[in-house]
Each structure stands twice: as C-alpha cells, then as structure tokens.
Design a protein around this ligand. Structure first.
Ligand SMILES: [Zn+2]
Length: 234
C-alpha cells in the first residue's frame, strides 16, 4: 500500500459526525464551537462569494495570519482554494514579521488576511516592511490593527470573528458582512457590543449571545451583498 492507496482507503471510510471544532469568543468566555459538514460547506460558499469580488483566482497567493485552533481562517483558506488560489501561513506572534517579510519579497500575496495589533506594531517599526505591505493589493486586519496600519500609511480593511461567525469586508462597500443565511446579528443595548443568534441548522447553538467582538450594526451597505452589515470597532 502506498500513500495514494492510503488516501483512497480513507476516502471510503464513513465520515465523522463533525467537520471539526473551533472556538467562539463570547463577551464573557471562549467556548468550543462544533462545526458540522453542511454548515462547513455553507461557510465556504459564502466566503468564496465575498473573496471572488477581490479577484482571488487561480495561482494567486492568500497569506493567512492565524493560529491553528481557530475556525474562521480555515473557512477563508477553503474559499481561496475553491477559487483556485493557494494559501501561505504565518502565526500571530510578533516575531513572525521575519517570515512575513520573506513571503512579501518572494511570494507576493494578492490578499493578506488576519494581521493583529502586535504584528501591525512590528511592521510599523520597519520601513522596508511598510513599503512591502503597501504593495499588497488587499490587507484584512483585526479592527485594532487597522488603525495601527493606517498610521503607517498602509490601507487595510477590518475583519473579525463574531463569536462562531465571521465578518468579512466587502470589496465594493465600506463595511463587513456576516452570512445572513447562517446567523443573525443585532446591536446590544449598550450600542457597542454585538448580539448573535445561530441558524437552526448549525451544530453550535447560540441565542442572543453577546460576543467578544464589538461594532455597529448598520441597516445596509453601499454594496449589493446581503446579510448583516457591521462597522467593526477598533
Ligand atoms: Zn458591503
């Protein structure tokens, strides 16, 4: 038996009940969030629609900044792959600026997803990295990091998990969207926090849960994408 046979035999095994388990950051806790196969497919389809507007296509590099334990990067990566692109990875520690620098010099990404504040601060101290980042067509960063990057003259759009959901910035508008077929999002009475309810078909159930991410829920976006529209707050 060789590697190909082993893989083929695995494909014939009965599929497990879950695709996997991610984490959901709620306002008061971080909880395990199981992900089923059906919702996994829906999550990828939705992210594929959003990313296709950015021109991610065959042979193009999407560089992810993520820790392996999180689900949302796996959703974005699968969408990039579905569009024919390929994925590079660095993790979220500030020392990863070294690997980031190598990627930016030798495997220029079309899109860079998930920069955090620590990395943004490290980038801001390095003129060569700033110049390289400015050449990346699309940079998605966590809300706090967006303002840090802008101080260095790097244009970035805000991205954030919303508990078990993901808010992705749209290409033709000025906000971030959540998949309305899977989640509903409303504004907390405090005007800052977000309140999320999961769709009935999802494995992980939340009803009116206050999530860790903050933002302002808007009625609509200037683009044509559906779903809850959020201004993410840094
Ligand atoms: Zn939009």
């Amino acid at each position: 038996m060789n590697l190909h046979d082993t893989l083929a035999a695995n494909l014939n095994l009965e599929r497990g009940p879950l695709w996997g388990i991610g984490w959901a950051d709620l306002a008061d806790d971080r909880v395990a969030a199981p992900v089923g196969w059906g919702e996994r497919a829906a999550d990828i389809d939705w992210a594929t629609t959003v990313l296709s507007d950015y021109g991610v296509g065959p042979g193009e590099h999407c560089l992810m900044v993520s820790d392996g334990r999180d689900y949302w990067p796996r959703q974005v990566e699968a969408a990039v792959t579905a569009l024919g692109g390929f994925v590079g990875n660095i993790n979220t520690a500030s020392y990863e600026v070294r690997r980031l620098s190598v990627y930016l010099r030798y495997l220029t990404p079309k899109i860079l997803v998930g920069l955090n504040t620590k990395l943004a601060e490290a980038i801001g101290r390095d003129e060569a990295l700033i110049a390289l980042l400015r050449a990346v067509p699309h940079v998605f960063a966590f809300p706090d990091a967006v303002s840090e990057l802008r101080r260095a003259g790097i244009e970035a759009r805000a991205i954030s998990p919303i508990g078990p959901a993901l808010a992705l910035p749209c290409r033709h508008g000025d906000a971030a969207h959540v998949d309305g077929s899977q989640f509903t999002v409303r504004q907390h009475a405090d005007g800052r926090h977000l309140v999320l309810t999961t769709g009935p078909a999802r494995e992980f159930h939340l009803t009116d849960a206050v999530v860790a991410a903050t933002g302002t829920v808007r009625d609509r976006c200037t683009c044509t994408l559906p779903g809850p529209v959020i201004d993410l707050v840094g």
